[in-house]
Design a protein around this ligand. Structure first.
Ligand SMILES: [Zn+2]
Length: 465
């Protein structure tokens, strides 16, 4: 039995699929207007793991994600760079796919792109107009009329009046209600466009997800996911569009992941504290990143600090050192594995995808394994195989031990702080000046700070202990 928090009902519920044994799951993907950042990675990782939890429970899962490959920001960015917006978006998608695969996040079963669904989007809008839920304006825009949809606000738990107050409203005179949102936007001079019954234009953001869901799954899905910042207005609007059209409940369950903060602050372009995947790749092994992120509950906000990552790196390094020792001392080609770990992880994950609980067992497990190694107890191999199996779906312990250890060593070698380098240079000079007392005391100082210097004929090397 899988239980998890449903944003729609605001409580933890037992999962009951629409169709026996099947899960139709959709998660909102990335708008490719720039480099992907750690928030994008986190979101993709969470839904990949959630998918695996359902698979583990024996469900047949179809998981779809979209790329928003046309929108105002993409057009602005492409114009700024003087390139075609479609080409720019496709290149970004390829780059982001590569980065996701570097971080070992598996692809969804179905990829959807807005620009490949323009005809379907136009059809969807036409039907909404016919049913009286949407109206075109003389500028060639089409709006959804929120007042016509009586359940508007149910997901975000607000009524229309609250929504008006809590939302920045652009005062387009042609809107009937200021909260009405665009389904279709007329093209301005120089913007890319598609021909529609309302003239040249492009789809609004919300309608993409409703249409692509319909394309991938039909009228209803089991689970819709996304970042918590999407609840209003994006997901509220998706519900309004789809349910206005079908008269049926769109998604039975809504899952929302928490957002990323960096050193206590909201991550944003304007603050300049965005951690891109490019940067992250340079610094940390994928498993270090996963371990750091998954120690938080997926529903709470995560505060990213350099110290968190360093701590996670230390743990992953220790875990893999234990693995490496087992691999060198024992024959690991065995069938038997410890099943208890699987059960513990399975139970934790089936209860609202509790990754911090699942990870918390590791410290004790590795302590026991270390002791067994010291005692030359061969049953450690069972634990070794069991832990690998149990944590595979969380994306942990899926790499070669030596490679992980070398990676971490290499990264840290590059990261010797300047004051340490200065001290080591001073020591080298003292040695050349034959001031051995000073050289020794500097070596001691370095050791105290956690670094060891190794001399060779033509210089020295600094290593972190
Ligand atoms: Zn969406």
């Amino acid at each position: 039995m899988i239980k998890f928090y449903n944003t729609l009902t605001r409580r933890k519920e037992e999962f009951k699929p629409l169709e026996e044994n099947k899960v139709k799951m959709y998660a909102c993907g990335i708008t490719v207007s720039g480099n992907a950042h750690i928030g994008h990675l986190y979101q993709a990782m969470i839904y990949d793991i959630i998918r695996k939890v359902f698979v583990k429970n024996g469900f047949e899962v179809t998981y779809a994600r979209n790329y928003t490959d046309i929108d105002d920001k993409i057009i602005a960015k492409a114009n700024e760079m003087g390139v075609d917006s479609h080409k720019y978006a496709q290149e970004m998608i390829e780059k982001i796919n590569d980065e996701m695969s570097y971080f070992q996040v598996d692809e969804p079963d179905i990829w959807l792109k807005a620009t490949e669904n323009i005809g379907n989007i136009i059809n969807f809008i036409e039907k909404l107009i016919k049913k009286g839920y949407a109206y075109p304006t003389k500028n060639g825009d089409v709006y959804f009329s929120v007042e016509k949809f009586h359940k508007y606000g149910a997901l975000s738990n607000r009524n229309l009046e609250d929504a008006k107050n809590g939302y920045r409203i652009d005062n387009d005179e042609e809107k009937v209600n200021p909260l009405d949102f665009a389904l279709w936007k007329s093209a301005k001079e120089g913007e890319p466009f598609w021909i529609s019954p309302w003239g040249k234009g492009r789809p609004g953001w919300h309608i993409e997800c409703s249409t692509m869901n319909m394309q991938a799954f039909g009228e209803q899905i089991d689970i819709h996911g996304g970042g918590r910042d999407l609840i209003f207005p994006h997901h509220e609007n998706e519900i309004a569009q789809t349910e206005a059209l079908t008269g049926k409940q769109f998604s039975k369950y809504w899952i929302h992941n928490g957002l990323i903060k960096v050193e206590g602050q909201k991550m944003s372009k304007s603050l300049g504290n965005t951690i891109t995947l490019e940067e992250l790749k340079e610094k940390y092994h994928p498993e270090v990143v996963k371990f750091a992120l998954l120690q938080n509950s997926y529903r709470s906000d995560i505060n990213i600090t350099e110290a968190n990552f360093k701590q996670a790196e230390k743990h992953i390094n220790n875990f893999y050192q234990v693995f490496a020792e087992i691999e060198s001392k024992f024959d690991i080609n065995q069938e038997n594995f410890e099943e208890k770990f699987q059960k513990d992880v399975f139970d934790a994950m089936n209860d609202d995808f509790n990754t911090p609980k699942a990870l918390s067992y590791l410290f004790e497990i590795f302590k026991i394994m270390q002791k067994k190694i010291d005692d030359n107890d061969e049953s450690v191999v069972r634990d070794y195989l069991g832990v690998k199996k149990a944590y595979k779906d969380l994306g942990l312990f899926v790499n070669n031990s030596k490679e992980v250890l070398d990676f971490i060593k290499q990264k840290n070698k590059d990261e010797i702080p300047q004051d340490i380098i200065n001290l080591a240079q001073k020591r080298w000079q003292a040695k050349k000046d034959r001031d051995f007392a000073l050289a020794d005391s500097l070596r001691g100082e370095l050791l105290e700070k956690g670094y060891v210097v190794k001399d060779s004929k033509d210089g020295f090397e600094i290593e972190k202990i």
